[in-house]
Unconditional design. Structure first.
Length: 604
């Protein structure tokens, strides 16, 4: 047996004896014990009552009976995708007080911490705990701190972890009170399928429940939300209740709001959309307007381009003879447009493209954009406008975190400009958008994560524009190419060129998705007739070319729930509008393979 006393123990004993001797001699005052009134402040820290008192993100936590550290219950929480399975509890504490936080855990990369301390928030973690291991940390509260949030969480992409016997030892604070009913509930931003709500914060609230016509519709952590899935031209009554660990407040006074009537859906049937290289030459060769095959239902003239990045001044000119020797005279081009329209086709001016950066940084640029685009539409007798902003046209973000209320000038000014054009030309105005997947689906992970979370500033930047114009939007055809792998609603990454990629990306648009993992900011689903799938017409037209067999599998899965691969959709949409391709010229160069396969597909 080792007879040597541990150095730390010897030091502690020596200090205690010294203090006692000095106190006896009257040389120092002995302070009363700091822990005399200390207690374990956690509610249901052993999870014997399920998850009572605890909130777990994204439904990640469950109470289990095995494995447990003690008693009959423990927490098991599973990270998934962009969620780290955080489970938390708000605990009442006293200001200027010291607390010891501990928990027994199992798993890899398990964290224990406290936030809102009023001083320095703390956390501790273990990289690997194959069996029960205790994590412990201490903190001191600030001068005005009356509550802290205690939490556990795992790490992204790791397996489930377990936690048990969570304790917070220290002087107890005042009991947590149920909040008062929220005040100031207002409704705004109604669309044909959604209504925005906002209200004043309630003291002591950690979350809010939203009620629609008396039934709970959603739970959020902030003081605003958009209620989706509503019926056009319908009135609803909304109320909000505040929540915390003590329970739910009374409901607020009701506010009544109605959805809009929506827009008249485009003509029935499936559409093939293509871009016509009208202003430039490349390896695909020039195609005259009169020679565009009848397969194409919507023809986008590529491109109207800015005179400078920030002027807002857009010009469109036919390809010069020096570049395109076979270009037709302007009069013939305009006559061919009229002939296409007489045959039921729509011809639009597309603004932007890979090299056409447009940044409406000022209201003057916005107004110039409206007037110059109007001139093109009027001069050529066009049916509307396609927005094909790429590069960093929408990337001057000032830190927006909510797609429903953007403040970034280039986005706000674009929305205002498009609304003005829609109002000018009325219900027959065709508005389409062709963003890259970065601009849309990547918002599922990164939009508004502060500011932009260090990610590419294109992440989700189109979401405010699409949402603001959803009742005026004829068609959204995201470019499912030149993008790399993107995460779907299954929290798995999908790669370009196969049916799973197109199914996952399109399912997000038709299902709706929480933006950056915040379920209080869910991007509402679009109508099937508003959605087409963007594809390159050939291997020369862009990265991500998809074989006709894979395209057919994509359409089978989305419209018939057949031939689905690894990704399982959240619905079936026989009314999916169709396909878009870059480009008509490349399709003709390759013998019309893309358009022929579209025509041959058995839609019903």
């Amino acid at each position: 047996m080792d007879r040597t006393r541990h150095p730390a123990l010897r030091s502690s004993l020596f200090a205690a004896l010294t203090a006692a001797t000095l106190a006896a001699a009257g040389l120092v005052a002995v302070a009363p014990s700091a822990h005399a009134a200390d207690a374990d402040l956690m509610r249901n820290g052993g999870f014997e009552s399920g998850l009572d008192g605890w909130n777990c993100t994204a439904g990640s936590g469950v109470a289990v009976s095995s494995p447990v550290h003690s008693g009959t219950g423990a927490l098991k929480a599973t990270p998934a995708g962009s969620d780290n399975a955080q489970c938390s509890q708000v605990v009442a504490v006293q200001p200027n007080s010291t607390y010891t936080l501990s928990s027994w855990v199992q798993g890899s990369y398990v964290y224990l911490g406290a936030s809102g301390t009023g001083t320095t928030d703390v956390s501790t973690w273990t990289q690997s705990a194959p069996s029960w291991q205790q994590l412990t940390t201490t903190f001191k509260t600030g001068a005005s701190t009356t509550s802290v949030t205690v939490y556990t969480h795992g790490w992204y992409g790791t397996a489930a972890y377990e936690a048990d016997d969570v304790s917070l030892i220290g002087p107890g604070g005042a009991p947590v009170q149920i909040p008062a009913a929220p005040a100031g509930l207002t409704a705004s931003g109604a669309t044909s399928s959604s209504i925005g709500l906002s209200w004043s914060p309630a003291t002591g609230a950690t979350g809010y429940n939203i009620y629609r016509d008396g039934a709970k519709a959603a739970s959020v952590s902030g003081t605003s939300a958009t209620v989706t899935g509503l019926t056009p031209t319908t009135s609803y009554a909304f109320q909000v209740a505040a929540t915390n660990s003590a329970g739910e407040s009374p409901k607020s006074a009701a506010v009544t709001a109605a959805t809009t009537g929506g827009t008249t859906p485009p003509p029935s049937g499936h559409a093939l959309v293509g871009y016509l290289h009208a202003s430039f030459a490349n390896g695909a060769g020039y195609t005259r307007m009169a020679d565009v095959p009848d397969d194409w239902n919507i023809i986008d003239l590529a491109f109207g381009e800015p005179t400078s990045a920030t002027s807002g001044d857009i010009r469109f000119n036919l390809c010069p003879v020096s570049e395109c020797p076979t270009v037709e005279p302007l009069a013939d081009f305009k006559a061919a447009i009229k002939a296409k329209q007489a045959a039921g086709k729509k011809v639009l001016i597309s603004i932007g493209g890979q090299n056409g950066q447009v940044q409406l940084t000022t209201t003057a640029a916005r107004d110039t954009f409206v007037s110059s685009v109007s001139k093109i539409i009027d001069d050529y007798g066009l049916d509307g406008l396609d927005i094909d902003f790429e590069g960093h046209s929408l990337s001057l973000n000032t830190g927006d975190t909510d797609f429903r209320s953007p403040t970034t000038p280039v986005i706000v000014n674009l929305i205002d400009a498009l609304k003005t054009l829609k109002a000018k030309y009325g219900s027959k105005f065709v508005l389409t958008m062709a963003p890259e997947t970065f601009f849309v689906q990547l918002g599922y992970q990164y939009y508004g994560s502060g500011p932009w979370g260090g990610q590419d500033p294109r992440c989700g930047a189109y979401l405010p524009v699409i949402h603001a114009l959803r009742d005026s939007l004829t068609l959204l055809h995201v470019q499912d190419y030149n993008s790399g792998s993107i995460m779907g609603l299954d929290n798995q990454y999908h790669s370009m060129g196969g049916s799973d990629f197109h199914i996952a990306m399109t399912d997000m648009l038709l299902t709706g998705f929480p933006v950056a993992g915040d379920t209080s900011k869910t991007f509402p689903a679009l109508r099937p007739d508003q959605v087409a799938i963007g594809l390159p017409a050939s291997t020369q037209a862009g990265n991500g070319w998809t074989s006709p067999t894979e395209v057919a599998k994509t359409l089978d899965c989305l419209t018939k729930k057949a031939n689905c691969g690894a990704y399982q959709t959240h619905g079936t949409w026989p009314g999916l509008r169709g396909l878009m391709t870059w480009s008509i010229n490349w399709d003709r160069f390759n013998g019309g393979e893309f358009s022929k396969n579209f025509d041959a597909y058995p839609w019903s």
